[in-house]
Ligand binder design. Structure first.
Ligand code: COA
Length: 162
């Protein structure tokens, strides 16, 4: 069984992330979305809230599971019996960070490889921070996230959906 892990902060999950989940779920028998709990970023949503939002968005993919994790990504991957880590590359600017991360992970765990998918052009500009920034100032985020995520983000900022 080919198992992969797709890790990230997902604060919150965007349509760009869901595009990567959808495409990589076709490449592996099982895809585990790993929600990082101990990020250096201060999250808007708790790990459980982030897991719940992703679970809602991936209901149509039977081979996708969502879990939160602490600590090293490679330990989480090994515990999940995964042999691959999936990451999305949006632009050249992602490359250096991703290269460093995948090479470090490969040195710690040579049995685990990182697979990169280039992000759908429609979402090349998108990040969780952009979503939060637009929402905070009253902008419409419905083209960036699912309806549930939009409502949860607006709730956090005490904004009523237009
Ligand atoms: N579509 C839209 N946005 C995307 C995206 C895509 N396909 N891919 C990445 N992003 C955005 C994210 O929304 C996020 O935006 P933000 O910075 O505005 O929040 C940004 O790109 C990068 O975040 P993300 O993909 O969530 O990664 P991350 O940098 O938050 O987390 C981990 C990366 C979890 C893989 C990494 O920190 C990790 O492995 N941590 C565990 C500790 C460890 O093992 N460290 C050693 C690694 S060398």
């Amino acid at each position: 069984m080919r198992i992969a892990v797709y890790p990230g902060s997902f604060d919150p999950v965007t349509l760009g992330h869901i595009d990567i989940i959808s495409r990589s779920s076709r490449l592996f028998d099982k895809l585990i979305v790993g929600v990082l709990n101990n990020s250096s970023k201060i999250p808007l949503f708790s790990a459980q809230e982030r897991v719940n939002m992703i679970e809602d968005a991936v209901r149509e993919y039977p081979n996708v599971e969502v879990q939160s994790f602490d600590g090293l990504l490679v330990d989480f991957a090994r515990m999940s019996h995964a042999t691959a880590v999936v990451r999305g590359l949006r632009a050249v600017t992602d490359f250096e960070y991703e290269l460093q991360m995948s090479q470090t992970n490969h040195i710690i765990a040579p049995d685990i490889d990182t697979i990169f998918l280039t992000t759908n052009l429609n979402y090349a500009y998108l990040s969780s921070s952009v979503v939060k920034e637009v929402a905070r100032y009253g902008g419409d985020i419905s083209k960036f996230v699912t309806t549930l995520v939009r409502d949860k983000v607006l709730d956090k900022y005490n904004i009523t959906a237009k």
